[in-house]
Structure formats: structure tokens, C-alpha cells
Design a protein around this ligand. Structure first.
Ligand SMILES: NC(=O)c1ccc[n+]([C@@H]2O[C@H](COP(=O)([O-])OP(=O)(O)OC[C@H]3O[C@@H](n4cnc5c(N)ncnc54)[C@H](O)[C@@H]3O)[C@@H](O)[C@H]2O)c1
Length: 616
């Protein structure tokens, strides 16, 4: 069997009575280096990832009428299966696990009994210990560690060690110096292959926006392989392109993973393969079927009874619940606990599509929010980001839109309180989300002048200050609520004061580390999540200010299309939130107090420019 026709070899084999099969052009398969029979002849282990393609494996299964087990190589140093994997007699397996991806390791562990697995260390692996020749109980091997020799001897193998360092330079050892042409193969065997293939279609500015390369990278990074069947390139700058891509994966499970990632990028099946979504009934309130489709932030449609139905309440990590009534079909994105008996839930990944805006060259380069291309801004770019956020806040306020702020206590500790209160007073904030701490430290500052016991004017810790916040909590508990504490004149300034005075709704979600808590802090987390979701409805922009917990919680509830600005000193938090693959989110790595003061400054500049324009 060969991947490329060489007429002389072909005829030579044929003259010897062999049947020669040829793989399609450009489908690489590197022969015995990537295909090793189990020593009892039960199946063929086949490698892919570097030199051979996964799509060659179904051909091997058919032509050799055998089960093929696909293993993905993931360490470039071990480019062929026989450099890191050596089936031995008696069902033993000598191998180097880190050379394979985690799925392949699972497959190996399912096929070979634990007592027969001989996993080797890196030092032996790079000396190509697995590139060994095994005849019955003899193993011919390059120089290896005493430990490995001991392990092999213990299970009855006789080691013949031979230095092959010269051959290592060419990328092989003992096995690469041989070609075994006769191997025992079990008589009762059948063509079986786990490899699955599906075709998807991508449309849009595939090259301009990098969408196609992103999609193909996703396939490969997740253990699959692809073949571009059709590529229609849009000729004009404005025209879109389309591509049909055959995606292959070593198992159904991995195929589902890859397809759901591609759906997020807007992939659909080609028209002839479009079918309804698979639905399964909910048989216990609050529990979905095993294989339920996990929702993302992207606007989604589900195909039910031949029609595409738009999913309502889009959010991340939910299930798609379908209800059919005489009035029609509705699809809702629900968190598991809200599923009800009588609903059906989408399982699998067919009959689902996401609606992605075609991202053209123009849009990508446009001024508006161009900095927000899912990127993390470094200090150098903070001022530019601030200018654009200010401009956007102004637009939203002027058209009566909605901005939700989620904030942690660091806003208060860093002196950001006066700026956040200014934003609330000036009508730039329509809802506030946070935890117990932001409210506690905000009122501590307004009533006692300290935040976490630190004098906010002098920047020094006040004697006994660590108890201040507890005293505040105690007082507010006595009043019964923050609003009542404001009414009674106990709280006379600050973030919470402005919320109460300006009728800005807020929700404080409880956590395990809360002191008190304040009477307003919602300690029933299911209720707190519901309050958050309600306040987030219809938001045009979310400003996430230095709270990992609350910002990530909010991020998961928010569909694509809502502009998100995440400010945190820790790049990891910012990256997590801005890496949603949606162009509207951005991260700003900076001190939150500084960010807020720049923002307020910038807004004031915009206001004075506006006032000048009005007078002129
Ligand atoms: N006394 C209390 O009741 C109390 C005290 C603290 C926290 N909590 C609760 O614990 C939960 C988690 O608290 P959290 O949101 O403060 O913590 P968190 O760890 O979720 O988030 C704090 C974030 O602030 C960032 N940060 C630190 N310094 C910064 C700076 N100068 N500028 C910008 N970002 C900065 C950190 O990187 C971190 O991501 C909340 O629910 C909170 O209410 C309660």
C-alpha cells in the first residue's frame, strides 16, 4: 500500500503477487513508521499528526480488513508512531505517554491492561527506546537506562542492547533499520475504524478576516484533520467567499467537540446535509439529557420540524430547551436547574447554527471599538482605550441606553470611589452589580473615612481600622437596608449613596468570605444569579471593574453583542474575559483607580467640547 505511485515499485510488487492500493493524491500515509500491528494481530495502531493524515486510516481499515486505532502524535520529536510506541509480544506495550494527546492516552489505556503498559521516561524516549525490534521474548534496543532494562527483564524479556547513536542522528534506531513483511494477523478480524467525517460550510470574509485559517487551526489543534473540498473565493473587496470542508476526527466524541467549536465560528452543514436538531425529553426537573448541547454567547438558531428557530435568552453554558405548542415552537437558552419535565433539549451538534456578523476588512479597521478586537490593552494603550470608552459611554447615555457596572472593593481601596460616584451622578450608569465588599468598604469610607482600615486621605492604616467595616455592617444591619441607612442620614456620600439617591438598581451577590453580611446582600446564590440576569437584560455595555468573581460570573451570563470592558491589574483575569471571540470585548490591564480617574477626566473634556459646540 502506497501513498504515491512509483510505477516501477508497483509493477515489481504486482509481479510478486501483491495487490497494490494507492491512496488519493495528497493524502499522506508514511507506511510502517505510522502503522504498527498489535503483536497478536488483533488490530492496527495507526499514528497521525505530523507525517500521516488521519483520513488515510479508513483506507487502511478497508484494504487490510482490520480494526484501526488512531493515535495522535503531539510532540514533534516523535514524528512517527514507531519512535514512541512499540507493541511487544504477550500484549505488552512499551511507549512514551507524553508523545500522545490526552484522548489517545485514554484509548491506549482502554486497550492495554495496566500491568502490560510499560511507560518510559523522557531520557529513554529521546534515545528512541521505543524504536526497538521485538522477536518473541527478545528486544533489540539502543542503549537504555538500567531502570527500563530491569522493568523489561522483570516481565520476561531478554534485552539485546546495541549502541545506535549514529542512526539516532537520522531520526531512528533499531526498528527503523528493519522492515517486517510478515506479521501474524488474527484470522477473525473485520474492518473497523473509529474515524468519523462530516462536511461543513463556512461563508463570509474567509480570507480577509482570517476565519478560515482560524477554523482549520481549531480542527487540527483539537485532534482532527481536514480536507478543503471546495473554495469559492469572492473576487471583489466586498464579496464573500465560501468553503466546504471535510472534517475528520478519531472518534464521535472528538468530532462533536470540533463541530461545536466550528458552529461558534458560524459553520453550517452544506444545504444537502441540513437536518433537524436531535431533541431528547427532560425526564427530571433541573437535569438535562447526557449529551446536551452546551450553549455559547453567540446568537443561535435551532432547526425544528424543518424550520430555523431563534434561541431566546442567549447565554453561555446553558441548554437549549424547546417547547412545541399549537401556537408554535420556542427555543430558550436555560441553565440546567431551570429545565422542566415536558421540555425537550437539543442533544448532539446537528441542526444548530450561530449567526455571526460577517467581519469585513472595513469593519475590522473601523475606528469605532477597533481597539476592542478581543484584545488585551497594555499600559501604553490605556489612554486610547479610555478615550474610546468615554466616547461610547457618552453615546449610550445620550440615546437612553444602558450601562451596567460590576465592581469589586478594590475600586474603593484605590480611590476610585469619587470617580464612580461621579459616573452614577452624571447618568452614565444604569445598574450596579457586585458583592458584599464593595458596598461595605464604600460605606466604611463614607462614614469613617477609611477603606479596609486605611485612611483614604493620608494613605495610612488607622489604629483599630480593621474593625471599621464590621462596625459599618452592624450599623446598616440596625437600619435594615442600605436605602434606610441613606434615608436616616447615616450614609451621606459614596457609591451606594448615589445609587439610592439616583434610583440606580443594584444587586449584591453573596460569597463565602462575606462578613455580616449587609442586609441587602443576597446569600441565596440562585436568587442572586437571577437578580444579576435581570439587571443585565438590555445592557449595551458592561464595565467590569476589578472583581474576578463577579466579572467572570457576569461574562458567562452575557450574550455576544454587548460591549464589555474589563479592567483589572491581573492580565490573566482580563484575558479570560476578553477572550470570548467576540469583537466587542476588550481588556485593560491597569490600576482601576487610575482608569476611573482618566475616564472621568475624558468625559468632562467631552462635555466641555459639547458645551462649546452648543454655544457656537
Ligand atoms: N468583608 C467582606 O465581606 C468581603 C471582603 C472581601 C471580599 N468579599 C467578597 O468576596 C468576593 C470576591 O471579592 P473580590 O471581587 O474583591 O475579589 P476577586 O479576587 O474576585 O477580584 C479582585 C480583583 O481585583 C484585581 N485587582 C487588585 N488590585 C487591583 C488594582 N489596583 N486595580 C485593578 N484591579 C485590581 C485582582 O487582580 C482581582 O482580579 C466578593 O463577593 C466580595 O464581595 C467580602
Amino acid at each position: 500500500m502506497k501513498s504515491k505511485a512509483t510505477p516501477f515499485t508497483n509493477s515489481r510488487f504486482e509481479k510478486q503477487g501483491y495487490t497494490v492500493y494507492e491512496l488519493p493524491k495528497d493524502l499522506p500515509f508514511e507506511g510502517a513508521g505510522d502503522a504498527l500491528l498489535d503483536r497478536e494481530g488483533r488490530w492496527l495502531w495507526a499514528g497521525y499528526g505530523f507525517r500521516s493524515e488521519l483520513d488515510s486510516h479508513p483506507y487502511l481499515a478497508k484494504w487490510l480488513n482490520i480494526e484501526v486505532i488512531s493515535l495522535r502524535l503531539s510532540d514533534e520529536r516523535f514524528y512517527h508512531l514507531d519512535t514512541c510506541f512499540c507493541p511487544l509480544t504477550g500484549g505488552y506495550l512499551l511507549y512514551y505517554p507524553p508523545a500522545f494527546d490526552s484522548y489517545s492516552n485514554k484509548v491506549i489505556e482502554m486497550r492495554v491492561a495496566p500491568e502490560k503498559l510499560i511507560a518510559i521516561e523522557e531520557a529513554d524516549a529521546i534515545n528512541f527506546a521505543c524504536n526497538a525490534v521485538n522477536i518473541n521474548k527478545i528486544v533489540v534496543i539502543n542503549k537504555v537506562s538500567d531502570l527500563l532494562k530491569k522493568r523489561l527483564t522483570k516481565v520476561g524479556f531478554e534485552i539485546v542492547e546495541t549502541p545506535l547513536t549514529e542512526f539516532l542522528k537520522a531520526g531512528g534506531a533499531a526498528k527503523c533499520l528493519t522492515l517486517r513483511v510478515t506479521e501474524p494477523v488474527m484470522a477473525d478480524r473485520h474492518e473497523t475504524v473509529m474515524v468519523e467525517s462530516r462536511t461543513i460550510r463556512m461563508e463570509g470574509h474567509l480570507l480577509d478576516s482570517g476565519l478560515i485559517s482560524h477554523a482549520l487551526d481549531l480542527v487540527v489543534e483539537n485532534g482532527g484533520s481536514f480536507q478543503v473540498l471546495n473554495f469559492k473565493l469572492g473576487e471583489q473587496r466586498q464579496s464573500t467567499s465560501s468553503a466546504d470542508v471535510k472534517v475528520s476526527a478519531p472518534s464521535h466524541e472528538i468530532m462533536e467537540e470540533i463541530i461545536s467549536l466550528l458552529i461558534d465560528l458560524g459553520a453550517v452543514p452544506p444545504p444537502q446535509e441540513i437536518c433537524d436538531a436531535n431533541l431528547e425529553p427532560v425526564i427530571q426537573d433541573g437535569v438535562g439529557p447526557d449529551d446536551f448541547y452546551v450553549s455559547t454567547i453567540y446568537p443561535t438558531e435551532v432547526r425544528v420540524n424543518g424550520q430555523w428557530v431563534r434561541v431566546q435568552n442567549q447565554r453561555m453554558d446553558g441548554a437549549l430547551a424547546i417547547t412545541e405548542t399549537p401556537e408554535g415552537i420556542t427555543a430558550k437558552c436555560k441553565i440546567l436547574r431551570d429545565l422542566k419535565v415536558g421540555e425537550k433539549v437539543v442533544v448532539d451538534v446537528v441542526g444548530i447554527r450561530t449567526i455571526r456578523k460577517a467581519e469585513s476588512r472595513e469593519q475590522r479597521n473601523s475606528q469605532e471599538f477597533s481597539f476592542m478586537s478581543g484584545s488585551v490593552s497594555s499600559e501604553r494603550r490605556v489612554e486610547l482605550v479610555v478615550e474610546q470608552v468615554a466616547w461610547e459611554l457618552r453615546q449610550i447615555r445620550d440615546r437612553g441606553g444602558k450601562v451596567v457596572v460590576t465592581a469589586g472593593p478594590v475600586v474603593i481601596h484605590t480611590g476610585g470611589s469619587e470617580h464612580l460616584t461621579h459616573l452614577i451622578r452624571e447618568g452614565y450608569v444604569q445598574a450596579l452589580l457586585g458583592g458584599n465588599a464593595i458596598a461595605v468598604h464604600d460605606m466604611e469610607q463614607s462614614t469613617m473615612g477609611t477603606s479596609l482600615g486605611v485612611d483614604m486621605k493620608r494613605g495610612i492604616a488607622v489604629r483599630g481600622g480593621h474593625r471599621h467595616h464590621l462596625k459599618v455592617i452592624n450599623s446598616v444591619r440596625r437600619y435594615g437596608s442600605i436605602a434606610k441607612a441613606v434615608e436616616a442620614g447615616f450614609v451621606t456620600s459614596g457609591v451606594m449613596y448615589e445609587c439610592v439617591k439616583n434610583n440606580i438598581p443594584f444587586s449584591l451577590a453573596g460569597s463565602i468570605r462575606d462578613d455580616g453580611p449587609l442586609p441587602d446582600t443576597q446569600m441565596d446564590l440562585v436568587k442572586a444569579q437571577e437578580e444579576y440576569a435581570e439587571l443585565l437584560q438590555g445592557a449595551d455595555m458592561i464595565l467590569m471593574l476589578s472583581s474576578m468573581l463577579h466579572s467572570i460570573g457576569v461574562g458567562n451570563m452575557t450574550p455576544a453583542g454587548v460591549k464589555m470592558v474589563c479592567v483589572d491589574i491581573n492580565p490573566a483575569v482580563v484575558t479570560k474575559l476578553s477572550d470570548r471571540g467576540s469583537i466587542e470585548s476588550t481588556g485593560v490591564v491597569t490600576d482601576v483607580g487610575l482608569f476611573l480617574s482618566l475616564l472621568v477626566n475624558q468625559l468632562d473634556k467631552l462635555t466641555s467640547r459639547y458645551n462649546v459646540a452648543q454655544t457656537v
